[in-house]
Design a protein around this ligand. Sequence first.
Ligand SMILES: Cc1cc2nc3c(=O)[nH]c(=O)nc-3n(C[C@H](O)[C@H](O)[C@H](O)COP(=O)(O)OP(=O)(O)OC[C@H]3O[C@@H](n4cnc5c(N)ncnc54)[C@H](O)[C@@H]3O)c2cc1C
Ligand code: FES
Ligand code: FES
Length: 1399
Amino acid sequence: METTVASCSKQTLVFALNGEKVELSGVHPSTTLLEFLRLQTRYKGAKLGCGEGGCGACVVLLSTYEKEQVHDFAVSSCLTLLYSVDGCSVTTTEGLKDGFHSIHERFAGFHASQCGYCTPGMCMSLFASLVNAEKSSRPDPPPGFSKLTVSEAENAVAGNLCRCTGYRPIIDVCKSFAQDVDMEDLGLNSFWKKGEGAEVSKLPTYMPHKICTFPDFLRDEKLQIRSSSLSSPPVSARISGTESLRKGQHWFAPTSMVELLNVMESEQGVQLVAGNTSSGIYKNVNDCGSYVDLTHILELSEIKKDDYGIEFGATVTISKVIDTLLEEEKILGSERGLVFRKIADHLNKVASKFVRNTASLGGNLIMAQRKGFDSDIATLLLGAGSSVKLQMGTERFTLFLEEFLQMPPSNWNALLLSVHIPSCGQDKKAIVDGISNVGKHAEETRLLFETYRAAPRPHGNAVAYLNAAFLAEVTNDKVTGNVGAGHLRLAFGAYGTKHAVRATKVEEFLVGKFFTPSILLEAIRLLQAEVVPEQGTPSAAYRSSLATGFLFDFLRPLVKSLDGPVRSVGNNIGVGDINGAIVCPEFVNNSGRKSTVLTSNLANPKTFTAISGDGCTEPSIISARQVMDIHQDYYPIGQPTKKVGAELQASGEAVYVDDLPSPKDCLHGAFVYSTKPLARIQKIEMSPSLASQEFVTLISAKDIPKGGQNVGMLADEPLFADVLTECVGQPLGLVVADTRKGACIAAENVNVCYDTENLEPPVLSIEEAVSKSSFYQNPSFYHPEKFGNFSDGMSLADHKIHSAEVEMGSQYYFYMETQTALAVPDEDNCMVVYCSTQIPETCQLIIAKCLGLPEHNVRVISRRVGGGFGGKAFRSVPVATACALAAHRLGRPVRVYLDRKADMMSVMGRHPIKVKYTVGFKDDGTVTALHVDILIDAGISEDCSSSMLITIPEALKKYNWRVFSYDIKLCKTNLLTKSAMRAPGEVQGSFIAETVIEQVASALSMEANAVRRKNLHTFESLKVFYGNCSCAADYTLPLVLDKLLASSCFDSRAEAVKQFNSCNRWRKRGLSVVPIVYKVTMWPKPGKVSILNDGSIVVEVGGVELGQGLWTKVAQMTAFALGKILNDTGEDLLKRVRIVQTDTLSLVQGGYTAGSTASESSCEVVRLSCNVLVERLTPIVAKLQENKEQVSWDAVVLQAHRRLLNLSASTYWVPAPGTSQYLNFGAAASEVEVDLLTGATTILRTDITYDCGLSLNPAVDLGQIEGAFVQGIGFFMLEKHVTDYDGLVLSDGTWTYKIPTVDTIPRQFNVEILDSGHHKNRVLSSKASGEPPLLLAASVHCAAREAIKAARSDLRAYSNSEAPSPVFRMDTPATMDYIKELCGLDNVERYLRSLISRS
Ligand SMILES: Cc1cc2nc3c(=O)[nH]c(=O)nc-3n(C[C@H](O)[C@H](O)[C@H](O)COP(=O)(O)OP(=O)(O)OC[C@H]3O[C@@H](n4cnc5c(N)ncnc54)[C@H](O)[C@@H]3O)c2cc1C
Ligand code: FES
Ligand code: FES
């Protein structure tokens, strides 16, 4: 190694962590900041949610000191390499603490943290926005506020995922800091009561500069650190135990091009690195070899402006590019800076802020060039006519971007030096590569530039189906008014080609022509031949139609005789009249662009911004309203008390399973999964090379001790496949190693030999299961109900629909905390297992069975779960059991924390379902008979699938079908086991009912909502269908509906929607209202309440805290019930209550925390236990009163102790016969807007009215309602779960599976919690809220169907033949490609053809 190379090799690093100095040496260069934080420090706030930059759970603040300024930005610590933070300061959520920070307190007070696993990352994203807002030159805000604006506040957490809350309260937290917020707009919180005046002074005080993000010592030491690292002296690590540097693995940090080239020349296979965000996309590539950090080389980070545009060094981050382009646009003005502004706007939709802050421009283009990455940036820059500078060996080249992209990617080690983005205003030659024909009509020509992207999420963090950037020089014929193009660049990318391309044939065709419908149609024909996705690209036809849609959208305003006036070539051209609006009035919105007035009765029409060039509605300010009565009947029950432990969750103090420090000698496990759907397992072998390196061993079925059983769940599911594997993703064994990384690498390198000889082919679909009669036997409790005689019902019908079909896909849980457990062997053959589980008791039972131990040898502890949704019920058991088996076998603690991919590949969620139905109905929409056949894919084991036989029909019965019958079969397939996911079966049943209603309405050309009304239950019919689950006074659905229709102004908005649709050709709206009837069952629960010497109270219950607020309700119940002793309000007692983790040896018979009712039953058992204590303590109170002594809680407890009273009471509550079930009612009205060019759906508004009985805690219930609804949006609209034919899950990460984000929730989100009064058979008259509201999200699907109906009606008007039918099937999820298909992939062509034929 030459001297210069050695001198830039780093072996030590120094940085600040939450203000403390950290010095490290010998760190492995591939170590990420998150790995270091979680494994080497006490700061566990940053969580591992995905490891690919897609969730934000790991976000921390990184601060650098350059040019005498501190720069602060949020980064995803899972992608940031530890060596990159040398000389920087890192702040985690713990670093905000001094007591609690106002961010933490506001997250708690606005009820914005449920399971809390996303919360630290959310806090840090918000903190980064606040810190940066404070640095702006805006005038100082009023006291208590920050300089943040409301729209910035909404964007602050744009890339962070939350699976629990539905985002609305999180947005409220962010907005509460904004200087321009209307305090009255903020939602329910614990800082002020309704009507008491919303004032900033009531919020936890925000002190802008309280946290020092870059400590002085680092500022002073920075230079010193640099010089010390040059001579590489051994530095003793303040934090020890880092991985030793493996031989030949270095971190080079050259500071000049000379140093860099020396390293590249002398070191083989070095990995150049800037932000390292590509490791989120191309995993494991960074695990070996040496790294060369490019970010310290001045030439690569410079930004230079010239007469033609701006040259960005390759390592300049995307965030910096955005800022620079916007600054320059301000200088150039909107016309001359058009290209810069459009590129900046588009870049704001690339990834998320915490990725853009470190992701470099150069890294992105290299990925596009070498790996065919679906880059937005390559397309944008291609459209803008950019060029790049490269260094190859000692030579430098300047190439146009298309030349660069077309170079062969292999065997090529060029260094990208810089990227030049030309501006439009100063010298058009720069843009048109010197071939401009500007001059001929210089006065009349204008430059247009627009960019597009269609992605599952409008505002980023989702790779596009197709992106595009169009630049045109257009001229206006003053005489005819026609517009033509002098020059064009049409760039398309991400549609399934190797890289972005220009549609040159279309460009050539259009240049010099005036735009007419015929010219446009011909251009589209050429385009479709030119922009062709490669074979095997998913949604290929959709992507082609997007290309058409984008080109049409760009050129449409220039075409005479299309809808709307043709703009003259003036300043507004290209910005366009949107949406084909013909006659509707217009308004100018905030951004100065014209948009169609929202004619529906929305509260804040001004808050909707214009439709963006990408065909998606830009995120607008979310508004919301919450209506509820706060009752005092059982105070503090009924109060919107903030969630127990929410501040701890926000500040990173709350301990989840993976936050528990590893016990001494702890090992780590990673599963080996089957890659075959059905095969004999001949051999499972460790790779010998790995086995010798560290402690690595494989635990398989052979390790199950004598007396134990190979059991992973219930009887039919082994822990590890032994002789035969039955599906892809089935666990075959657990690799155990010293480190988690080591275990994962070793698991990937396990060799499994399979044999399929003489085996039947696997059953890989519902159809194959049917053809082979592969079904699970129906359980003995299943007796399908029948209501009336089907033929009689059908004979009364005026119309019949026979054997119509509909399908529903699966849904993955996407809990933020993946499956995890830690097993610690204890004395006398005992095992303690810490597990993230909803069913500790079952874990205990199965572990004991597997190990062949009595159950009392197994203690399962579950403190809090980072999101469950049913996925931490049965599916948590194999993980806990495998851990326990490994720990038992090796006599050492073993922990497992599945990475996101492993979790998604092995844990399936909802059951996919295929449905056939036959329905008879009358002319007025009254259904006379319905029969439904349902086939459910249950997978290789039954799990809890048999419950679907009950839950589906229960929800399906929500309408009065008069005559109703069904047949349900559970298919046994060679696919992953499906399990219960929030509202299992109910959501499918309810949706089938809506599908039937929709089809009947379409067949009769009636309003679907009118058909719903016709078939709504009367109380009499409800009794027929649901028995005695409800009394007349409890049947609140009609009331719920009336309230909802009134509060949502349904009728007037329905009219407005019709008007909107008649005015708009390329956007359609739909409005729909969906009611639900949901039966819940209460299960027995144990509980124990104990009073300690000092009067503090400790409570144990069988229910587990999953984020659903169970502990909070239990604490309120304890305070209420014990408060009776003193006739107290319970408020003081509430502060004395602590709920402790579930522990299967401390409290037995804990049962399941599932089915929405665990909070209620836990409350009830606590109430009964408290009653026992009250009875014991009452004589003491009487005595004190008699003696005229002070009757305080402390005095009573003191006396009780003196009298040796038993101050602990435990009870096992079992619902009284006939009272365990009741019905829940609710309804939602949703209005959506569908973009017919892209299929994108925007939820404009949702109103929910939900009957919570007398809510135990309206804030908790509100959180459940909103969170469940948004999870339902995911199921109905977004979350497409894809597998290959063998059943291998392809939706295996945040890249391929899209749960809702802030930008996909309703823009206006109103919830009313209906207080439906007292009922003796429920727990203090409360009703469940956890699952039922998820069903209400069908209203979004139904509203989208309404919009599609309107689109198809237009399409019929354009088409002579092949007109789309008004009756159509619409499955779930209705993703944008699917919706576009239903609206007509060729709707633009049809429209143009009809126009041409008319002219
Ligand atoms: C969650 C997420 C979402 C994303 N979404 C989008 C999106 O919607 N649209 C989009 O366009 N992109 C998206 N990206 C990609 C993102 O823009 C790139 O990952 C990023 O720009 C790469 O920059 P980097 O500095 O992190 O590169 P690195 O990861 O450091 O490097 C990437 C590759 O380029 C090489 N390299 C880096 N710099 C140079 C150089 N100067 N010369 C030669 N080789 C070099 C490296 O060796 C490596 O092979 C997303 C990324 C993530 C993680
Ligand atoms: S864990 Fe880093 S973004 Fe998800
Ligand atoms: S609170 Fe956000 S993921 Fe649970």
